[in-house]
Design a protein around this ligand. Structure first.
Ligand code: GDP
Ligand code: ZN
Length: 308
């Protein structure tokens, strides 16, 4: 008899499953080839995937099918590769943790993550951490940041992992969800996860990718239950994190404030770079689209070109 469960961990040779929201983990294997159509990924099954399985004998669960994903987060599998690595699937909310200062999160990093979420239909929210450290000297930067990203349509919550601001609200928000936490190093991601659940000690294992003979490592992502409810996937690092295989004219679709205005461009498709009558370029000149976001866009366009 077929049953369904969620993948909570992949350890190289086998998968750990649980029937969420229950946390009752058991091991399963795949036999033969199993692939989800439309994904050119190095890993066929990712954390968060729903799978169908059957018991081959009393102790052996065999995964027979990957159920369609509602969304996923991917990164490029290796440099100059067109293959993707699926970091996680079926995420209810991705939280991007940023800091305006101590250290400053680079706009290119923020935008890259947001674009990936847009491209793969992952709801995303920004958490502005370390608010306890900001003085009135930061007020201008904070207003600018909030202006740029709320104009683009993103929600921004101000929190402090150390002072505890916004933590109860966050716990309440994630208690019935599978969430992903991402952030550049030093923004306080570990502190935040500890503030949410002190019993969580998240360590992600890195092992060599067999196909690459140790030239690069593959991180195995893992889902953890939170004591106050919900499940968390920690996304450490951003090495190799980038856009995968988009057409140049597609990228601006993932900048909501550009997408809104692009229908007024004279040419379609328009890359918003050299085309006459480009409404996006005009909006940047008029200050309606932030210059910083447009620069991020150009950076992604250029980088994307290298992989095509
Ligand atoms: P990670 O690299 O994102 O996991 O960052 P950590 O959680 O290791 O935090 C980096 C540093 O920032 C540590 O010294 C933390 O104590 C500090 N930190 C994290 N969150 C806050 C915060 O909300 N306020 C203050 N003042 N410091 C914080
Ligand atoms: Zn245009």
């Amino acid at each position: 008899m077929k049953e369904k469960a969620t993948v909570v961990k992949h350890t190289g040779s086998h998968y750990l499953l649980s029937k969420l929201p229950e946390w009752n983990v058991f091991s399963a294997v795949i036999k033969g080839k199993l692939r989800l159509k439309g994904f050119n990924a190095t890993n066929p099954i990712a954390v968060g995937d729903m799978v169908a399985y059957h018991m081959e004998d009393e102790n052996t669960a065999v995964i027979s099918e990957i159920l369609p994903r509602k969304n996923c987060i991917v990164r490029r599998a290796a440099n100059l590769s067109k293959q993707t690595h699926v970091i996680a699937a079926n995420i209810d909310m991705a939280y991007l943790i940023v800091t305006i200062d101590f250290p400053e999160t680079k706009p290119a990093f923020v935008d890259r993550f947001l674009v990936t979420c847009e491209a793969y239909n992952v709801p995303v929210k920004i958490l502005l951490n370390k608010t306890d450290l900001y003085t009135e000297n930061h007020a201008g930067m904070i207003d600018e940041f909030k202006g740029i990203y709320s104009n683009a349509g993103y929600r921004i919550d101000e929190i402090s992992a150390i002072a505890g601001n916004g933590i109860e609200r966050l716990k309440d928000e994630i208690k019935d969800k599978v969430v992903l936490f991402a952030g550049a190093s030093g923004v306080g991601k570990s502190s935040l996860i500890t503030a949410i659940d002190p019993s969580l000690t998240l360590k992600t294992g890195e092992i060599s990718d067999a196909h690459n003979q140790g030239r690069h490592t593959t991180t195995f992502y893992e889902m953890h239950p939170i004591s106050s409810g919900g499940f968390i996937i920690d996304m450490p690092g951003i090495r190799g994190f980038g856009l995968v295989d988009f057409k140049p004219e597609e990228i601006s679709l993932f900048f909501p404030e550009m997408f809104r205005i692009a229908e007024e461009c004279r040419f379609a498709p328009c890359t918003h770079t050299h085309e006459p009558g480009c409404a996006v370029k005009q909006a940047v000149e008029d200050g309606e689209i932030p210059y910083q976001r447009y620069m991020s866009y150009l950076g992604m366009l250029e980088e994307n070109g290298k992989y095509r």
